[in-house]
Design a protein around this ligand. Structure first.
Ligand code: G3P
Length: 205
């Protein structure tokens, strides 16, 4: 139990590193929290006009979730430990102590977790995001569709791809998807009103 507690704290600390804030400050674009939606994620970093910074934010926010899960799963040889570390990293991203617990929406970290937990699952979820984003050009909607689909993909009976996913991975997918929906309540409101900015559009507020 002590070990799992340490895993959770370690995962949380890793996940709480706000790469979007660090990267935009370091690059001199101004803190990402002062532009667009005010969110710290890659979608909002893209609104600085710097695709390279957005890509770096995406990869690092995804990577921190993946690293937390992979390290815990490897060293404790347990899917549950990996899911606990990954879930803690996700919570760290959403509620980072360094930003007064005002963190991100969790989409990149979610994809990092899914790829690390079970890469075919992560690829299917990522492909879902890409298809929706390509067709409709809403980052938030693409994330909401992918988050809803991931737990369903986790149940597919495809043994050659490691599916259905182990139960801790399924629980992780559900829990993170629920939190993604909660964190996107403002995006959902804008989508319903037709006021959500599309990818590549200049953002009002
Ligand atoms: O990853 C978050 C994305 O789904 C929405 O971001 O900045 O448009 O609220 P944003």
């Amino acid at each position: 139990l002590l070990t799992l507690g340490l895993v959770a704290v370690g995962g949380y600390l890793l996940g709480s590193i706000p790469f979007g804030v660090l990267i935009t400050r370091a690059a001199g674009t101004g803190d990402v929290r002062n532009i667009g939606s005010g969110n710290i994620g890659a979608t909002n970093v893209l609104r600085t006009g710097r695709k390279d910074l957005a890509l770096a934010t995406l990869l690092l926010d995804a990577g921190k979730g993946a690293v937390a899960l992979l390290l815990a799963r490897h060293f404790l040889n347990s899917e549950a430990a990996g899911a606990i570390a990954g879930g803690a990293a996700f919570l760290g991203h959403l509620f980072p102590v360094w930003l007064g617990f005002k963190g991100g929406k969790g989409v990149a970290t979610f994809f990092g977790l899914m790829i690390a937990a079970c890469w075919p699952l992560g690829l299917m979820a990522g492909a879902t995001w890409l298809i929706v984003a390509f067709l409709l050009r809403y980052s938030s909607l693409a994330a909401l569709v992918a988050a809803a689909a991931a737990p369903l993909y986790a149940l597919l009976p495809l043994p050659a791809l490691g599916l259905p996913a182990p139960q801790p991975v399924f629980v992780l997918a559900i829990a993170t998807a629920v939190l993604i929906y909660i964190r996107h309540h403002e995006n959902i409101g804008r989508l319903l009103k037709g006021a959500e900015p599309r990818i590549g559009a200049a953002k009002k507020a």
